[in-house]
Design a protein around this ligand. Structure first.
Ligand code: PFF
Length: 442
């Protein structure tokens, strides 16, 4: 086996893991889900789930990765063997599927930087909705942007864990925070923004249903990048001195911090211009450009916004490619650079039908009425990810509890005040709650 790379510092690791977590899930998905699910009430439920189940699963993944110093498949093989490597296999499969469509949507964010800058995005929500529909259904353009985004992802991963991923995240994550704060400064000073703030921060529990919990829990998994081996992989490049509990706490806090900030950016702007916060997935690509079109300095802030989204998506995409690369280099002895290019090209190819499924191939259904992109998302997010989450917590809580206790306390050298609570969540709460998402999602 090759000597394994390591993160250069705790800060570098935390920023890389936060880079994985903070992505389209926070800035595109979280605000529209909040808009559809009663604002402040959704926010409270989401945060409660993130800091109990989410944080525990993240710590479980860090512990498995660091204990094994391997990719997800190899990690289960060295720690326990038997059928357990199948869990790692499901994780790597999920990474393949998710990255294939994630890159398509991330490609749109690059296209929207260009469209914003060239002044192509003018008009109200109807015209911008039609423009968005025309763009994503085009058979060529979105695929070019998908290729461009995949190329950027491969380029970062080619640099390696330390010089590629860590260095990129150390520059891009602070930049992302600055852009976000500049944009929030603009949004909350718009006349009428208070209504958006009120909607976001004042809970209305009358809108809460079982589906709200379900949506909040699957969003928590996707947003924290858990259940699919990304955090096992990142944990595997950690040295034995790092405090895993503290790192998990930092990453979880940064991820939910950015989700809250994205809500503070998008909802006040949407309310200030009288748009519908429940517009759904179109909120980012239709409603927001309509907001920018009416706002003083809108072109400038619009370009910044889509640049922010691209950066967030890039640092997440690299964490989907790296588990695959580390599998082929740890287990199959491939050169990591060759693995990155080959996996990247295969994933790009798998993304093509996803992109076409929004246009020329829209009549072609895979699962029920779902087209290719929605089917990939469904299999990965609604099946592989919860199954991965359940199995990882069972593994940590029941199968390897003693070894995992040693791992998070660095063999008893570091005290971890929440050890009991963490194990309780891994044993009982997480498997049951996640099994419930799985079943109710089917
Ligand atoms: N957490 C990322 C987001 O919120 O956009 C998406 C993601 C990245 C999911 C990496 C899973 C993963 F392994």
């Amino acid at each position: 086996m090759n000597t394994r790379e390591q993160w250069g510092s705790r800060l570098g690791f935390v920023l890389a893991a936060a880079g994985s977590a903070v992505g389209l899930g926070n800035i595109w998905k979280f605000p529209y889900m909040t808009g559809q699910n009663g604002g402040g009430a959704f926010l409270i439920i989401y945060l409660a789930l993130v800091f109990t189940i989410g944080l525990s699963v993240m710590l479980a993944e860090f512990a498995v990765g660091r204990a094994a110093q391997r990719n997800p498949i190899g990690a289960f093989a060295v720690l326990k063997g038997k059928l357990w490597p199948i869990v790692g296999f499901l994780a790597v499969l999920a990474a393949f599927l998710i990255l294939s469509f994630y890159s398509v949507v991330a490609g749109w964010t690059i296209a929207y930087i260009v469209k914003m800058a060239s002044g192509a995005l003018v008009g109200g929500a109807d015209e911008l909705g039609a423009a968005f529909g025309n763009f994503i259904s085009d058979p060529v353009q979105p695929i070019i942007y998908h290729a461009l985004f995949m190329g950027l992802t491969i380029a970062v991963v080619l640099g390696g864990v330390h010089d590629g991923i860590e260095r990129a995240c150390k520059v891009l994550m602070p930049l992302l925070f600055i852009l976000l704060l500049v944009l929030i400064g603009r949004a909350v000073t718009l006349p009428g923004a208070e209504k958006g703030l009120e909607f976001f921060l004042m809970p209305d529990f009358s809108k809460v249903t079982a589906e709200t919990f379900n949506g909040a829990l699957s969003q928590a998994f996707f947003s924290l990048s858990i259940g699919m081996g990304a955090m096992i992989t990142y944990g595997s490049y950690l040295n034995k001195k790092e405090n895993l509990g503290k790192s998990a706490m930092w990453v979880t806090s940064l991820d939910s911090g950015v989700a809250v900030l994205a809500g503070l950016l998008i909802l006040p702007a949407v309310f200030a211009f009288g748009f519908d916060p429940a517009a759904g997935p179109g909120l980012t690509f239709i409603t927001l450009p309509a907001v920018f079109a009416q706002m003083p300095g809108g072109t400038f802030f619009g370009v910044l916004f889509f640049a922010l989204l691209t950066i967030a998506a890039l640092t997440s995409a690299v964490s989907l490619l790296q588990p695959i690369v580390s599998y082929f280099s740890d287990e199959k002895g491939w050169n990591p650079k060759i693995a990155a290019v080959v996996a990247g090209v295969v994933i790009f190819t798998l993304g093509i039908p996803s992109s076409l499924s929004l246009g020329v191939w829209s009549d072609f259904h895979i699962i029920g009425e779902k087209g290719f992109l929605d089917s990939m998302d469904y299999v990965a997010s609604n099946i592989l990810l919860p199954v991965g989450g359940i199995l990882i917590t069972i593994f940590v809580g029941w199968i390897m509890a003693d070894k995992m206790k040693e791992e998070v306390t660095n063999n008893g050298e570091k005290s971890f005040p929440f050890l009991g609570a963490w194990l309780f969540i891994c044993r009982f709460v997480a498997p049951v709650a996640v099994a419930w998402i799985l079943v109710s999602g089917l």
